[in-house]
Design a protein around this ligand. Sequence first.
Ligand code: HSE
Length: 315
Amino acid sequence: MKPGDRIKVFAPATVANVACGYDILGFAIERPGDELVMELTTEKGVEIIDIEGDGGVLPRDPLKNSATVAILDYLNFIQADFGCKVWIKKMMPSGSGLGSSAASAVAGVYAINMLCNEKLTKYEMLPFLLNAEKAACDAAIADNVASSLFGGFILVRSYEPLDIIQIPVPDELWCAVINPDVIVLTKEAREILPKEIPLSVSLRQSANVGGLMVGLLRGDYDLIGRSLVDYIAEPHRSKLIPGFYEMKNAAIAAGALGSSISGSGPSVFALCKGKEIAERVGVAMKKVMDNQNIGAEVYVSKVNHAGPKTLPFVD
Ligand code: HSE
């Protein structure tokens, strides 16, 4: 580890909530994801050299950008007498519901940790990522950051203390996600939710979380589908997403097991059995957006078990 050491990394986008698991469930997907290049410097602190692909909207101030907030926490924690410069390449918009701020923050801590010879465990880095989420959307939520950092399908069983459980998923589980060209800010999408929910809603929601967990563990695709129901966020947040129910209905009609909002939206995900159905579902959801003259990107992948990874430099 010396000044001038460089690394290029990728951290995946994520689908948080997964219908019934508001703030407690999430999984990583293959793409999109953010890339970050980091170079160690003799000066302390973190400097953002460039952010590409954000349309100029993300903060360049290292104390406000999710990636650099997490890196600064890391450097402070290890009492580093050095710093770094970073170049960030955003491959998804902020306010997409794909864990954009989380992917950048995970790329940041993964990069600095690799350059520091993996000094900290992923668990030890989680608090830095929660701070980064707090800086980005005013809420220290673990679903996106934990899914991107650990990869796979994640249950946040407890926030205090943090208890992250990786859930095995069946082999043929695929996901189609559509990201419409609409911005929904997480902070606003959280503010429109009720602060309290009736006991009856809590019962139905937690029963579905249980059902989804058992469905994933047993590879029971019908049970997975029956459990993908959200009584808490979807009824309110669907209003922020043009054509939400049309997309959801089109996904189900095309064979999806179930469908709901990805994170705080506007992206919409559908879980499917098999690649062929997932691709068909992606096309069906895209058609809905085409009919409404709304641009959209579709991503089809299995759950990404790898999480962040190092990329080669291509000069
Ligand atoms: N669970 C969060 C939400 C997603 O739905 O607001 C952002 O972490």
